[in-house]
Design a protein around this ligand. Sequence first.
Ligand SMILES: C[S@@+](CC[C@H](N)C(=O)[O-])C[C@H]1O[C@@H](n2cnc3c(N)ncnc32)[C@H](O)[C@@H]1O
Length: 297
Amino acid sequence: MKKHIPVLKKESIEFLAIKEGGTYVDCTLGEGGHSLAIVEQLKKGTLLALDIDSKHIEDFTKGTQEIKNVRIYARNANFSNLERVIEETGIEKVDGILFDLGWSMDQLDRMEGLSYLNKDAELDMRLDMTYGIMAKDLLNGLGAKELEKLFTEYADIRGSNLKKLVEGIKIERKRKLFTKVDDLNKLIDKTFRFDNAREKSKRMGMFSKVYQALRIAVNNEMYNLKLAFQDLQKVMNVNGRVCIITFHSGEEAILKSFFNGNSKFREIAKEVRPTVEELLENLSSRSAKLFCYEFIG
Ligand SMILES: C[S@@+](CC[C@H](N)C(=O)[O-])C[C@H]1O[C@@H](n2cnc3c(N)ncnc32)[C@H](O)[C@@H]1O
């Protein structure tokens, strides 16, 4: 299983301006790369790490018992409940919050339906197992207009490609309902008829887009982010910083509509991209952008 390489780690830690004795929240623990960097910088203080994936919480709890002088709380929770989780942990206010959005490399292999490579997996895609709707339910149940909206908003599929895709789904599900990853793979191939040898990158691009759109919809990703942003000013100390690493134009749009012109926050950094060195080490960082804001009360 591939190990997740934390993206824009140095930059995000720098912009968080970590103060000794402070309290920090990593809303997206993952494999803990950013959390451990926060702990290292903090030396003394508190870290609350959240993840909707219970495996990440278990692994981190096992691996972090040794860290002295930093009190660590790890919670299997959705960041859409940010204020409640902070309150339940007994923390009053925090000095910094990090969001590193999306999913981690190990989840792609481990979780049902996230990767088009695991052909026999169920088309599930839920990261948060408390959610009831799976990717196959969306493919089998949404109307044409809703499918169009989903693929346009979350994957920027438009025009004739969009029409072909939605039409293909409608025809296919009448014949046989979608259940496995391979059902969706075959539908994409049948719809677009990519020439495997010559159009490999186009084909991979379409697979990535379709899978991304479904994952975002299944996990309410955009709505969760909106909810978390609404809690920021209730939980942050004045001069506290929030860093957000985005990978998708939809996340960026939500961020901009919340922070741009918001008199409670001052912009510290925007659209910071990975360096060439980072890109060479980790190509998956190529669409990452870091934003940082300070809560000015
Ligand atoms: C890109 S990974 C984070 C990687 C991490 N920074 C590291 O260095 O290993 C994103 C993580 O956020 C988690 N996640 C996604 N949406 C979430 C949500 N709404 N609430 C809590 N965790 C979430 C995913 O399960 C995943 O583990």
